[in-house]
Structure formats: C-alpha cells, structure tokens
Design a protein around this ligand. Structure first.
Ligand SMILES: *[C@@H]1O[C@H](CO)[C@@H](O)[C@H](O)[C@H]1NC(C)=O
Ligand SMILES: *[C@@H]1O[C@H](CO)[C@@H](O)[C@H](O)[C@H]1NC(C)=O
Ligand SMILES: *[C@@H]1O[C@H](CO)[C@@H](O)[C@H](O)[C@H]1NC(C)=O
Ligand SMILES: *[C@@H]1O[C@H](CO)[C@@H](O)[C@H](O)[C@H]1NC(C)=O
Ligand SMILES: *[C@@H]1O[C@H](CO)[C@@H](O)[C@H](O)[C@H]1NC(C)=O
Length: 493
C-alpha cells in the first residue's frame, strides 16, 4: 500500500508544477483563448477568494459555543469585488440541557436546525412566542428581538447554522449581543445602569438586586441541570403559550409557576420590554422544515430546493432566501449564475469542489470544500458545484434575496445557451451553427448533471490540466482515492 501511494505522491507533485505553469490555458481547436502566462496568481496556485475563512469562536462557555464565519468582503481587497452588505454564517452548538441565555442581537438570524431539538422563545409584538424546532427547521429571529434557546433533545447535542444578516447592525464586529439575562458573565445590559436606577426601577433593595446580578458566571451558554430544583428542567421543556389555541392561553396556569418563581429571566425581560408578563399568546408564523418539503428540482443525480418568502414569510423581512442541494457522487450543479443574489453555502455532508469564474472569464476559484466549509459567490458570478466521486455532497445556504432568485443555467438542457441558440450565438463563438448546436445539445440533462463518463485520452491540454488539478486537490485533502483515469469533471466549450 505504501509504495504505490508515495509514487503517486511524486506524480502529484510533478503534476502540481505542471498545472501551475499551464494554469487557465484553453485547449486548442475550441476557438478559445490561447494559453495564459503563468503566475497570474503569483504562481502560488489557486486563490481561494470565495472560500470563507474557518469559523472563529465568538462566544463560548462550558455548555456551548457560537462560532462565526465572517462574510466581510473577504474577496474585496484582492479582487476588487464589492459584495452586498455582508452576511455572516453562525454555528451554534449546545450541550444537552443547556440554555443560550436571553439576549437580543443587532442582526437578524435565520436559524437552521442541523441536529437535535430546540425550543426557541422570543418576544414578538409584546408577547412571548415559543417554538419547538426539529432537524431541518428554518426559523427567523428578527434583529432586536430578545430570544433564548433551550436544547430540548434528550442527551443530544444541538447544532444550528444561521445566517447573520448585518444590514441593520451597528457595524461592530460580526454582530453584537445584548444580554438581558446575565450576571458576572455574561454581563447583563441591565448591569450598565446605576444601582439607584435599578433599585428604583425594579422596586427592590440593592441586596436583592445584587443577588441577581452576581449569580450568573457560566457564560452565555448555561446548563439547566445544575439547579437543585428538579422540576425546573421540566418547565424548560414546556412551551408556555404557543401551540395552544388563543383563548385557552388567555388564562393559563403555566404562567403561575413563573410568577411564584420571583426572579425569572422572563421578569427581567419584561422589565426591558416594559410590559407585564404577557398573558396571551401571539400569533406568529411557524417554523418551516427544509426536509419535509419536496425539492423544486430532482433527477437521478440530485435534488435542489429554494425556500422563498412565499414559502416562509419571515424571510421577506430579512430579504434572505434559503436553499438546499443534494448531489449524488460525481454529480455537478451545472454552471449557473444568480442574477439577483449573492449566495452563501455551507457544506453539510461529503465533499466536492466549487468553481467560481470572474466576469472576464478567468477562474476565480476552483477548490475542494469539505463538511463545515463555507463558500460564497457574488451576484452575477458564474459558478458550479461538483460532488466528489466518493459520495453524495450535500450543502445548503442562504441567498441575499428572499424572492425567487431564478438561477440561470449556462450549460445543460435548460440553459440559456439552449434557449438562445441561433446564428447570433454561434457567430459569437465563431463556429458554424451546426457545430454549435451539436455541442450544446450533447447534454440531455438539466441543472444537475451526471458525472463525466470515462473519457478517451483525446483531450487537449485543458482537460489534462483539469484532471491533474482535481487529483491534486484530492491529494491535498487526503482523500486517498483510487486512481481515476478519467478525472474529467467539466467540459466547457
Ligand atoms: C480578471 O479579473 C480578475 C478580477 O477582477 C483579475 O484579478 C484578473 O487579473 C483578470 N484577468 C484578466 C486576464 O483580465
Ligand atoms: C414597591 O414595593 C412595595 C412593597 O415592597 C410596595 O408597597 C410598593 O407599592 C411598590 N411600589 C411600586 C411602584 O410598585
Ligand atoms: C449537566 O449536564 C452536563 C452534560 O450533560 C454535564 O457536563 C454537567 O456536569 C451537568 N451539570 C450538573 C451540575 O449536573
Ligand atoms: C442526499 O442524498 C443521499 C443519497 O444521494 C441521501 O442518502 C441523503 O439522505 C440525502 N440527504 C437529504 C437531506 O436529502
Ligand atoms: C440524449 O439525446 C440523444 C440525442 O437526442 C439520444 O440519442 C440519447 O439517447 C439521449 N440520452 C439520454 C440518456 O437520454
């Protein structure tokens, strides 16, 4: 096993130097560009302009963490791309029986539950809304709304991925949390008022006050099992109002237990919201489950769906859409363009490559992404995602437009090349219409395309180059795959 691998490595190294030299050359005979000079990208290989950096931790305590992949114009400096107001992607992980303490943010969140179960409570129109969420649910929490999250999954980690829409943000860092509940850590925003103000406002003594504001020191994520009160967890599991008919909730008893418990998070929240404990439930929209929904598009090679504000109205407020794509091994999302939105993608499962092209027709990025990686593609930029040959490639993400974004496919049966086929287009490519028609009709599938069949070694340099590049990437990411004679992934005209 070892010997073949190391000789393979040697070949890869050789190929690597070749591919740098030949980078981005077009093959002869296709009317394309001539070979470009080397070193356009500093000779250092691919630039990963549209791959967002690894996530960094913005909050952490024993019971959980919040990591953020910053979408702040990563590519701007180097490529002159002015992206839309940035969106960050957040990863929230919570231990069993934990609580993400009440707070509000200067950014709206659209939460996607990846694993586990959650209860989310938030203030909506002066009432408390609580929702139980399960895997696949999409749910929006508006900027400025106080919310908390409880991991309600029995013995399960709760993992959520969210978009952090910063269009309303203060512009300080990724986002700003304002903790309502807290003590020494996190620090409650209430603690910023002077003692007299607080004692007066709460109508309590300073010692009572102090007993509240110095207790919490576990950080933003706290365990709920730590209390002596065994019924406490049960109360955390319950929904206080939601999912009950409006009028029944009017005089409910669940609230009473809260009233007895003299200093609850909710009381603190009510203080900030300036309301008595809400006795009524408020109508708000349900969560929307991505996985229950039939895909918009499905064929043998994969499926895709897009969630718009027509499916889930709260998306309109943030003007953010959610999509999900599942490709089978080797399948490809045909090169396409988002005419109206910038797209952020998070790899949920498997690996694949993402290719993004600059307006001037040069490769902006061609890189392998693995589970947890986040990539983005600016509006108008052509791109394509290709599953590795090892297994399915599942990703989901957010687009900066809540309406239907109508991606335009460049290649495939439903492509604009097909739609627009005619002498004009053929002329633009400088070939006869016959030849052109033949070329664009060769692909019978649309949108999600099968992997390339084993190709005879007739290709020009470009194909060879791609093959090398793919292998090189695979090598880089330590996918020790079998020798792959075809290797050809994408055939541009
Ligand atoms: C194409 O555009 C990119 C980004 O604007 C730039 O970095 C690159 O040098 C351009 N290449 C050519 C050949 O114009
Ligand atoms: C403050 O609390 C006292 C009893 O502790 C009560 O008599 C008084 O009415 C309260 N004041 C306000 C404004 O609620
Ligand atoms: C609460 O549960 C977590 C994980 O289940 C555990 O690590 C922690 O020690 C528990 N705390 C207490 C006080 O039981
Ligand atoms: C994605 O497709 C694979 C098979 O190709 C399947 O096993 C998996 O369940 C799918 N995932 C979703 C979320 O549909
Ligand atoms: C694709 O189209 C060609 C020509 O129309 C046809 O001969 C071929 O059978 C089709 N293949 C598939 C898989 O549909």
């Amino acid at each position: 096993m070892i010997a073949p691998r190391s000789s393979k490595l040697f070949v890869f190294l050789l190929l690597f130097f070749f591919s740098v030299t030949l980078a981005f050359g077009y093959s002869e005979g296709s009317g394309g560009y001539e070979e470009e000079e080397e070193g356009r990208y500093g000779g250092g290989g691919e630039e990963q302009v549209f791959l967002l950096p690894k996530s960094r931790q913005v909050m952490r305590s024993e019971a959980g963490e919040f990591r953020v992949v910053s979408g702040f114009n990563v590519g701007k400096k180097r490529s002159g791309i002015d992206s839309q107001p940035p969106m960050h992607i957040g990863f929230i992980n919570m231990e069993p029986k934990s609580l993400f303490v009440p707070q509000y943010l200067d950014s709206s969140l659209i939460i996607f539950v990846r694993r586990g179960k959650a209860k989310i409570g938030w203030i909506y129109k002066d009432g408390l809304v609580e929702k139980n969420l399960k895997i696949g649910d999409v749910y929006r929490i508006p900027a400025g709304s106080t919310f908390y999250i409880v991991n309600t999954g029995e013995g399960q980690i709760l993992q959520m991925i969210c978009s952090i829409d910063t269009s309303e943000s203060l512009g300080t860092g990724a986002f700003q949390s304002f903790f309502i509940g807290g003590g020494l850590s996190p620090m409650s925003i209430l603690a910023g008022f002077d003692e007299r103000t607080l004692t007066t406002a709460f109508n309590v003594s300073s010692s009572q006050l102090e007993s509240i504001f110095t207790r919490q020191q576990e950080g933003p994520f706290v365990f709920v099992n730590g209390t002596h009160d065994s019924s406490k967890w049960a109360s955390f599991m319950q929904l206080k109002h939601q999912e009950r008919p409006y009028d029944i909730a009017e005089h409910d008893e669940v609230d009473k237990t809260d009233e007895q418990d003299s200093w609850t998070w909710r009381k603190l929240m009510n203080f900030v919201v300036g309301e008595k404990a809400p006795k009524r439930s408020v109508k708000s929209t349900d969560a929307y489950n991505l996985y229950d929904r039939k895909p918009d598009f499905v064929n043998k090679y994969g499926s895709s769906l897009a969630l718009t504000d027509k499916d889930y109205a709260p998306l309109a407020h943030s003007d953010i859409g959610v999509y999900h794509v599942n490709l089978t091994a080797g399948a490809m999302m045909a090169p396409h363009v988002n005419p109206r939105a910038t797209e952020y993608g998070v790899v949920l499962m498997g690996s694949g490559s993402v290719q993004v092209v600059y307006p001037n027709g040069t490769s902006a990025m061609n890189t392998v992404v693995n589970e947890g990686d986040v990539f983005w593609v600016p509006r108008y930029f052509p791109f394509s995602q290709i599953a590795s040959r090892h297994g399915p490639f599942e990703f989901f993400g957010f687009t900066t437009s809540a309406g239907n974004n109508h991606p335009q496919f460049l290649i495939g049966a439903s492509s604009i090349l097909r739609t627009m086929n005619g002498p004009e287009l053929a002329t633009a490519f400088g070939v006869s219409q016959d030849r052109f028609t033949k070329l664009i009709n060769a692909q019978n599938e649309s949108a999600i395309l099968p992997s390339a069949p084993a190709a005879p070694p007739r290709q020009g340099r470009r194909h060879k180059h791609e093959q090398e590049q793919e292998q090189e990437h695979e090598q880089e990411h330590e996918h020790h795959k079998q020798t792959d004679p075809e290797g050809e992934l994408i055939e541009l005209w």
